[in-house]
Design a protein around this ligand. Structure first.
Ligand code: CAO
Length: 564
C-alpha cells in the first residue's frame, strides 16, 4: 500500500462510524476535513432519528473530532464493535450509555463492569489540572497559546497549551481524557506551578486516572533532559516542545514515530500531516530523514557543485534588520508585567551584576577580512549558506580560546571552583522579536567556517520565529554579542553567568588610518569590548586573548594556517 494510502486508511479507520441501522461510512479525507462540531452531512441528516452511535474500531474513540461530533449531536448511546484497548473507553463523559458485545471489554473494561454500560452525567467529576513542575526550578510561566477552549473534548496527550518559561517554551499536554470545563488563564497571563491550568471533567469510574486525577498534574512533552549542565551549579533542563495536532500525534504513535525526528514545516515549526508523510516516505525508502534538532554539528557539503561566482564589488553593509521605528505616543502611564525572555533577562542580569567585571577594549583593522569575506560569502552561497562576519568572529574566538582555556570556563555560585569546558559552545546574542536570546554554536573547535555559518543560519532562522529549542540556548561556554549589526562602536557587555567572559563587537566603519609607511589610507575598523570575571580572569590574560583573536581577524591567512 502506498504511504499516502496508508495514511488515508488510518484516518478512515479513525473516522469510520455507523449510525445503527444505517451503516453509513464516512471515509478518509472527507471525514478528516469535517470540523469538530460539524458532522459529515450523512450523519448530520440522520442524527435525530438515530441517537445511537456505533463505532467500528476503538481508534475512533480517540479522535477528538469524533468525540466532539457525538457530543454536539446529542448522541447519548455508544455501541462498540471492536475493542483493542478497552481502558480507553472509560473516559466518555458525553455518553450516558455504552453497549458492547465484546468479551474482552467485559473482562477488562472498567466501564463495562457491574457499574458500567449505563453511566450517567453524575458519574463525572471535575478535576483541576495542575501545572506540574517543568524543571529548572521554574515557579511560573506565561501562557502563550491555548490549543483548547471550554467545552472541547480532549484525550490523553492532546496539547492543552503552550507556556513560556524564562528559559524556553513548553507544550503542556493532557494526561486524561475528558471535557475542558474551565480555562484559568488568558493568553499572556502568568500561571503558577502547582496551581490549576484548566478544569477537566473526567469519568468518575475511570480507575486508571484514580489518584493521579486527584493530583491533576499537567505533563510537558519533550525529549528526556539533556545533560548540558554549566559548572557545578548544575540544573535540569526543561523539556523541549513539539508543535503539532493531536491527530498527527496519534498517527505518529500508531506508526511508532518519534516526532522529534520529524522536520515540521508549519508555523513555528509545527509538524503537519504532510511532514509525517514525508518522513514515512523517507523511512520506507531507507534514506536518513533530516533531523530538525540535530544537536551539534551541522552538515554542510563543501564540494562546490557549481562554479563559484566572482566576489561582489560593493563593500559590505550592515543592512537594517528592523523596519524604521515609529514614535510611540502613550498619552498616559502604562504598567506592563515583565514576562518571558525579559524575565529571563531580569534573572540572568541580576545574577551577572554580582560579578566584578573587568573591561578591555581594542580596535581591529578588518580591511583584509572585508575583502576575503566577499569570496567566502560567494562560496557559501553555493551551498545555500549565508555567510556574514559572525562565523569568522566565532571561529577565531574558538581558536584563541584553545590558547586561553580559562576563558572558556565556568565558575560555581560561590566561586569556589572553576570548570574548564572541553567544548567551545560559543553563544551569540540575538536580537529577536521576543527580545534578547543567546543561542550557542556547539563544538566550534571541531567545525569548519562553513559549518559554523550553517549553524548560525539555523539558529537565526529558529530565533526569528521564536522556535529555538532548549538545547540551542543552554550549555554556552563563551559569548559574542555583535551589536555592530545595529550600530555603535564600544559597549559594556554583561557576562552571562556562569561563563567568565563576553565580547561585544562594534560596527565596521570605513575610517582613515596610517599605513606602515605613514600614509593615510582607507581602513575598515571595528571595535571590540570585552568583559571578564575579574575574580578568575586577570587583565593580562584578557588582553593576550584579545590580541590573538585580533591577529586572526587582521591576518586571516594566519587563521587559515592554524585552523584544524
Ligand atoms: N559591522 C558591520 N556590518 C556587519 C557587522 C558589523 N559588526 N556584523 C555583521 N554585519 C553585516 C553582515 O555581514 C550582514 O551583511 P551582508 O548581508 O553583507 O552579509 C549584515 O550586517 C546583517 O547581518 P545579520 O545580522 O543578518 O547576521 P550576522 O551573522 O552578522 O549577525 C546576529 C547575527 C544574531 C548576531 C545579529 O543578527 C544580531 O541579532 N545582532 C544583535 C545582537 C545584540 O542585540 N546584542 C546586544 C546584546 S545585549 O542586549
Amino acid at each position: 500500500m502506498a504511504l499516502a494510502e496508508a495514511f488515508s486508511a488510518v484516518v478512515t479507520q479513525k473516522m469510520n462510524f455507523y449510525h445503527t441501522g444505517l451503516s453509513e461510512s464516512v471515509k478518509g479525507n472527507r471525514a478528516g476535513r469535517a470540523s469538530a462540531s460539524q458532522a459529515p452531512p450523512d450523519v448530520a441528516r440522520s442524527r435525530r432519528r438515530w441517537p445511537e452511535l456505533q463505532v467500528a474500531g476503538l481508534a475512533s474513540l480517540q479522535g477528538a473530532l469524533y468525540w466532539q461530533y457525538a457530543r454536539t449531536a446529542g448522541i447519548t448511546t455508544l455501541s462498540i464493535q471492536n475493542h483493542k484497548a478497552p481502558q480507553r473507553l472509560q473516559h466518555l463523559p458525553q455518553f450516558s450509555s455504552l453497549r458492547t458485545s465484546s468479551k474482552r471489554v467485559r473482562q477488562q473494561g472498567v466501564c463495562l463492569s457491574a457499574r458500567s454500560f449505563h453511566t450517567t452525567p453524575a458519574a463525572h467529576k471535575l478535576v483541576p489540572f495542575i501545572l506540574a513542575d517543568i524543571g529548572e526550578g521554574i515557579k511560573e510561566v506565561v501562557v502563550r497559546e491555548w490549543f483548547v477552549k471550554e467545552g472541547d473534548v480532549v484525550a490523553q496527550f492532546d496539547s492543552i497549551c503552550e507556556v513560556q518559561s524564562d528559559k524556553a517554551s513548553v507544550t503542556i499536554t493532557s494526561r486524561y481524557d475528558g471535557v475542558i470545563r474551565k480555562l484559568y488563564h488568558e493568553v499572556d497571563d502568568t500561571a503558577l506551578v502547582g496551581k490549576p491550568l484548566v478544569d477537566i471533567e473526567v469519568s468518575k469510574e475511570d480507575d486508571s486516572v484514580g489518584a493521579e486525577v486527584q493530583e491533576g498534574e499537567a505533563i510537558a512533552v519533550g525529549r528526556p533532559t539533556e545533560d548540558t549542565a554549566i559548572g557545578s551549579g548544575e540544573f535540569t533542563l526543561p523539556k523541549g516542545k513539539i508543535l503539532t495536532t493531536p491527530a498527527v500525534r496519534r498517527i505518529a504513535m500508531e506508526y511508532k514515530i518519534d516526532l522529534y525526528d520529524v522536520q515540521g514545516t508549519g508555523k513555528e515549526g509545527r509538524i503537519l500531516k504532510e511532514d509525517l508523510l514525508q518522513y514515512l516516505e523517507t523511512r520506507k525508502s531507507g534514506k536518513k530523514a533530516p533531523t530538525p534538532s540535530a544537536p551539534a554539528r551541522p552538515v554542510v557539503t563543501v564540494t562546490p557543485d557549481k562554479p563559484v561566482p566572482p566576489p561582489a564589488a560593493d563593500p559590505p553593509k550592515a543592512t537594517p534588520r528592523l523596519p524604521p521605528s515609529m514614535p510611540v505616543i502613550l498619552g498616559e502611564d502604562k504598567q506592563v508585567a515583565i514576562k518571558g525572555f525579559q524575565r529571563a533577562m531580569v534573572k540572568s542580569m541580576t545574577q551577572a551584576m554580582k560579578i566584578p567585571h573587568f573591561g578591555y577594549c581594542d580596535e581591529i583593522d578588518m580591511t583584509g577580512l572585508v575583502g576575503l569575506r566577499k569570496e567566502l560569502k560567494a562560496m557559501a552561497e553555493v551551498h545555500g549558506v549565508r555567510f556574514s562576519y559572525m562565523p569568522v568572529f566565532i571561529k577565531a574566538a574558538s581558536m584563541a580560546l584553545s590558547h586561553f582555556p580559562v576563558l572558556n570556563a565556568s565558575v560555581d555560585e560561590k566561586c569556589e571552583n572553576i570548570t574548564y569546558k572541553a567544548s567551545h559552545n560559543i553563544g551569540l546574542a540575538m536580537d529577536t522579536s521576543d527580545g534578547l536570546v543567546v543561542p550557542n554554536v556547539k563544538g566550534v573547535q571541531g567545525l569548519t567556517l562553513l559549518e559554523v555559518a550553517a549553524e548560525i543560519n539555523r539558529l537565526q532562522e529558529l530565533g526569528s520565529r521564536g522556535a529555538l529549542k532548549t538545547q540551542d540556548i543552554t550549555g554556552g561556554t563563551f559569548t559574542l554579542s555583535n551589536i555592530g549589526t545595529i550600530g555603535g562602536t564600544y559597549a559594556k557587555p554583561v557576562i552571562l553567568s556562569p561563563e567568565v567572559a563576553i565580547g561585544a563587537i562594534g560596527k565596521i566603519q570605513v575610517l582613515p588610518r596610517f599605513d606602515s609607511s605613514g600614509n593615510v589610507t582607507k581602513a575598515h575598523i571595528m571595535q571590540i569590548s570585552w568583559s571578564a570575571d575579574h575574580r578568575v580572569i586577570d587583565g593580562a590574560t584578557m588582553a593576550r586573548f584579545s590580541n590573538l583573536w585580533k591577529s586572526f581577524l587582521e591576518n586571516p591567512a594566519t587563521m587559515i594556517v592554524h585552523m584544524k
